[in-house]
Design a protein around this ligand. Structure first.
Ligand code: UD1
Length: 429
């Protein structure tokens, strides 16, 4: 298994190009199942999770082409052409779903297009149990018969789905996406109340509209979708990754650097920018993206994760790494996932002073972290340890970095180009 060797203490300066958003690209790729007309996506990031989704769609019968590069602010993202002329399999097998929970987003489109879908139940993961009961219940409300058998969700709607009102008792991102896609081909009107408002949900809605869907209330917590008999071909440009942007913003802050994040969108990071400003880090818009640097000293601030537009849970671990070296104390409360403090013991091994009580972590800033061998447990926890390593004195060896490759495109190259002393150590075959 590869690892990452980081020698900390270098302020990061320069420009980083932000890639297309992983969490937007995955459901967008699944949306190709809704039409035989073809879907072209540009600014698709080059990531392990994208390859997993490509494999999954391939075995459903989607033909897939990677067609050259698309220039976005001078950065080349890939153009992906997906065509689901005929769905050859309605089953999303365990071997692929267990690699990536987001595979669940094929459930809604397959069911809507074919009247039947069989998707392996995603298991628990490092950050919590993460059930998909709300997806299933909402599909049942749309008229599907769903049984759980042999570890699979088997959903059937031979006469098609029928629009209705769905009220989500809690905000679910992929749940909203699944139902929005299913409703796009259902009969009549579907209303989703308490819909997720994440920019990735908005991006999917905009793409569905380009494919001929009728959706009102995009960007709000109430979506009204009028089903169509058929959707058609479309081209869509994936939004920049706000989590990657936020991660690099924290890299600039933790190393006392000065970075421009090309393509980064402040509009998608308002809550993060507000918290960072309170902590003493400025995030200003530039003609090409965002400039991030410390305005003055770094101070401890309190943070609570919330559904969008609140502070994203996917930046909680990175924020904690930053708070480890701030002056004063910080309280970070995680409200989305029950077990998302797996980075805490590893940060402690680097000298951080953190105590956890239930869903809150109290971080007392220390003047200096020290490098250590550490182990990554999930995607965002891994990158928080990389950030801590960039600020620490001495050498940090980050193990199990396959998590990083799932969600960060060429992380070490992008950081090294800004002056970080970081390298991938390939395990001898
Ligand atoms: C998506 C993101 C993930 C992010 C998360 C929260 C993708 C591919 N992944 O995950 O990076 O961390 O949003 O912003 O976009 N829940 C239920 N039952 C359900 C569905 C969800 O109880 O049927 C709970 C979850 O366990 C969790 C909360 O609802 O506690 C929010 O989860 P959800 O928004 O669904 O997360 P994902 O869509 O899986």
């Amino acid at each position: 298994m590869d690892s990452m060797r980081i020698k900390g203490g270098k302020p990061l300066t320069g420009k980083i190009h932000i890639s297309g958003a992983k969490n937007a690209a995955l459901p967008l790729m699944a949306a190709s199942l809704l039409t035989d007309g073809g879907l072209t996506l540009s600014n698709v990031p080059h990531l392990a999770d994208i390859a997993t989704m490509a494999n999954l769609l391939g075995q459903h019968g989607v033909s897939l082409g990677l067609n050259g590069d698309h220039k976005n602010n001078g950065h080349t993202g890939r153009v992906m052409e997906l065509k689901a002329e005929k769905i050859t399999s309605i089953t999303a097998p365990y071997e692929l779903v267990r690699k990536m929970r987001a595979s669940i987003v094929v459930l809604g489109p397959l069911l809507a297009r074919c009247g039947e879908a069989k998707v392996s139940l995603p298991g628990g993961c490092a950050i919590g149990t993460r059930p998909v009961d709300l997806h299933i219940k909402a599909l049942e409300q749309l008229g599907a018969e769903v049984v759980l058998e042999n570890g699979y969700i088997h959903a059937r709607a031979p006469k098609g789905l029928k629009g209705t009102q769905i009220v989500f008792p809690m905000v679910t991102v992929t749940g909203t996406e699944n139902i929005m896609m299913a409703a796009a081909l259902a009969k009549g009107e579907t209303t989703i109340v308490n819909a997720a408002r994440e920019p990735e949900v908005v991006d999917l809605a905009n793409c569905l509209v380009a494919m001929g869907a009728e959706i009102e209330g995009i960007g709000s917590d109430k979506l009204r979708i009028t089903g169509k008999d058929k959707l058609h071909a479309a081209h869509h440009d994936v939004i920049p990754d706000r989590i990657e942007t936020g991660t690099f913003a924290m890299a600039a802050a933790i190393t006392n650097g000065d970075m421009e994040l090309i393509g980064g969108k402040l509009a998608h990071l308002n809550s993060v920018a507000r918290i960072l400003a309170e902590a003493g880090v400025s995030m200003e818009e530039t003609p090409q993206g965002l400039r991030v640097r410390r305005a003055n000293g770094l101070h401890g601030v309190d943070v609570m994760t919330e559904p969008y537009p609140g502070f994203p849970t996917d930046l909680q671990a990175q924020m904690m790494a930053l708070m480890c070296v701030a002056q004063g104390a910080s309280m970070i409360t995680e409200t989305i996932f029950e077990n998302r403090f797996m980075h805490v013991p590893e940060l402690r091994r680097m000298g951080a002073n953190i105590t956890v009580h239930n869903a809150s972590a109290m971080i007392r800033g220390v003047p200096q972290l020290t490098g250590a061998p550490v182990m990554a447990t999930d995607l965002r926890a891994s990158v928080s340890l990389a950030l801590a390593g960039l600020a620490a004195q001495g050498e940090t060896i980050l193990n199990r970095i396959y998590h990083l490759d799932r969600g960060y495109e060429r992380l070490e190259e992008k950081l090294a180009a800004c002056g970080a002393d970081i390298e991938r150590v390939r395990e001898a075959a």
